[in-house]
Design a protein around this ligand. Structure first.
Ligand SMILES: Cc1cc2nc3c(=O)[nH]c(=O)nc-3n(C[C@H](O)[C@H](O)[C@H](O)COP(=O)(O)OP(=O)(O)OC[C@H]3O[C@@H](n4cnc5c(N)ncnc54)[C@H](O)[C@@H]3O)c2cc1C
Length: 534
């Protein structure tokens, strides 16, 4: 069975009927024998750049590609459509690379379409602001690279919702991002059923092509060595270039007609002030939650992400091991929102860390987070049906939950109290305030935040639902495979049994009252709230 087929078979049941191995067509990604992405012993060429039409790129793409609908390409299609969803950048973008290769192969032009809808869960000023501001960087980078890119905003729910369909109906092939959460895969699979040509979804989120691992891994310890073997080969560099065929003025006109909707005039905003004002006006018109405000201190986009990466490598990677758990200190990278939206590539983050002169222990500790733990979350979501539900958890957890379902919860809060950071636990309230104000929670505080919800919610199911609700509503990095990984970890995933305690059963207990052993709780609480410690 080839990787594409293996991938297809591992998808969630409700979609699997639509997926078949496609018939031979002019544009196919054909694996070489053997596939280098599965052969860790192949030589590493850190300083060479693979041409876009090289076998290296083809083989990486094989392990990153899912044929979503098994339909044929459309030989008389006007263009190749790259539908940018979760990889919101033009650099180090495997979907875009596949689209350029496809366009060159059949001598057609490429168009890049990105859209934003008001209807996704938790759509708010915060997320819209982040995406719209970042789109300016994407437009500028696309212009500089000679790539035709447009952004269409659907402000109201009853505005035209079929722009991508009309672009896709004239495409030779549609290529988009593979991303199991934030509704991305679901949207892709729906489009693939509606339209009459091939749709390919390509993973750019993972450093090691996600198709190289064909089943859900048990734990960090099982995925770590596999990723480590494949890492350096996957990090080899690839030429970035535009397609060979330009979009003619006739086709530009056809693209305009197909869009019909307002294209965001990203290029017209010359200054940040102009952009701020225009984007605020657009957001005000959108039918979204206006009560969750943008996070002023996080500058969105690829350029700011690159600066965040550079300052982290320069100033904080050294001592990452010893200082990253100090929750009040900001000693981590703060890259999770950038990684979530694809404003920066995990591969670039990893390359920068590996090339730094920080102590090896710090490089290793950081690599373990950004490669092992992050890709463990992707692996779980890609290979587990109903990955965010309790019934996806291993048997031992479901048994322990059943045995402790009726345990009395001596402390209990409602979702409204949690949302308002109105509990008797000053540390927990501080972490909830950090989430609401800063759009993230420090990792160690986030573990405690989730574990307390497990302890306080009336049922495990409510604990799960409340964690997702609060995390995804406020977190700039929310609705990510890592959101699923972190929340399911709080419920026992990838862990062993820790005995048999009231409420927890065998799930690892973690209490805010013991957090003082790990970090300066007083300083964290002072930073994120005015409460005194009780
Ligand atoms: C209950 C709970 C919910 C979480 N929700 C999210 C979420 O919505 N989005 C999200 O990106 N992460 C989530 N995490 C994981 C983790 O807390 C964040 O990735 C991390 O705090 C981001 O901060 P940073 O970028 O400064 O991390 P750094 O320490 O600088 O790490 C670099 C990168 O490695 C990855 N990483 C770090 N820690 C983890 C981890 N424990 N698991 C997986 N990947 C990790 C992230 O991509 C991160 O950006 C959650 C964890 C828990 C316990």
């Amino acid at each position: 069975m080839n990787l594409v087929a293996a991938f297809a078979l591992s998808r969630q049941g409700r979609l699997s009927t639509a997926i078949v191995t496609p018939p031979a067509q002019p544009f196919r990604i054909v694996p070489s024998e053997p596939c280098p992405s599965l052969c860790p012993l192949l030589p590493i060429m850190p300083n060479s750049v693979h041409p876009l039409d090289s076998d290296f790129v083809r083989d990486q793409l094989v392990a990153r590609t899912t044929d979503v609908n098994g339909k044929r390409t459309r030989p008389d299609g006007a263009w190749v459509l790259y539908w940018m969803q979760s990889t919101q950048r033009v650099h180090e973008n495997w979907g875009l690379r596949a689209a350029i290769r496809a366009a060159d192969k059949v001598g057609k032009p490429l168009i890049i379409h990105q859209g934003l809808d008001p209807s996704y869960p938790h759509a708010s000023d915060r997320h819209h602001h982040h995406i719209l501001h970042a789109a300016r960087d994407t437009a500028a980078a696309a212009d500089a690279a000679g790539l035709p890119y447009d952004f269409v905003l659907r402000a109201r729910r009853d505005d035209d919702r079929r722009v991508v369909d009309r672009l896709a109906e004239q495409a030779y092939v549609v290529i988009t991002d593979r991303f199991p959460t934030a509704g991305v895969d679901a949207r892709t699979w729906r489009l693939a059923e509606r339209i009459g040509c091939r749709v390919l979804a390509i993973d750019s989120a993972c450093v090691v092509p996600s198709g190289a691992l064909t089943k859900a891994e048990w734990a960090a310890r099982t995925i770590r060595p596999k990723l480590a073997k494949l890492r350096d080969h996957a990090l080899e560099r690839v030429e970035e270039r535009p397609p060979r065929t330009a979009l003619s003025s006739d086709l530009v006109q056809r693209v305009h007609e197909a869009r019909r909707s307002d294209v965001l005039p990203l290029r017209a905003w010359r200054t940040a002030e102009q952009a701020d004002a225009a984007i605020a006006q657009f957001i005000a018109r959108c039918e979204i939650d206006h009560t969750v405000a943008p996070v002023a201190q996080v500058v969105p986009g690829a350029r700011a992400a690159q600066q965040r990466l550079e300052s982290f490598i320069r100033e904080r990677l050294a001592e990452y091991t010893t200082r990253r758990n100090e929750a009040a200190d900001d000693h981590t990278s703060h890259l999770s929102p950038d990684l979530h939206f694809g404003h920066i590539a995990a591969a670039d983050v990893l390359r920068a860390a590996l090339a730094s002169d920080a102590p090896q222990a710090d490089i290793d500790a950081f690599t373990d987070q950004v490669l092992t733990w992050r890709e463990l979350s992707y692996n779980w979501c890609l290979h587990t049906p109903r990955f965010d539900q309790l019934d996806a958890l291993p048997d031992w957890i479901r048994r322990t939950m059943a045995a402790h379902a009726d345990d009395v919860r001596p402390e209990s809060y409602s979702l409204e109290q949690l949302d308002a950071a109105d509990t008797d636990d000053a540390l927990w309230n501080a972490s909830q305030r950090q989430l609401v104000q800063a759009g993230v929670i420090h990792n160690y505080a986030r573990m405690l935040w989730g574990k307390q919800i497990v302890r306080w919610a009336p049922t495990y199911e409510l604990a799960r639902a409340w964690m997702f609700h609060l995390n995804d509503r406020y977190a700039l990095d929310g609705r990510d495979p890592n959101s699923v990984g972190g929340i399911m970890w709080c419920l026992g995933l990838w862990d062993r049994s820790w005995g048999n305690k009231p409420i927890w059963g065998g799930i690892r207990p973690m209490l805010t009252s013991r957090a003082g052993k790990k970090f300066d709780v007083g300083r964290y609480v002072r930073r994120w709230g005015s409460e005194t410690l009780r």
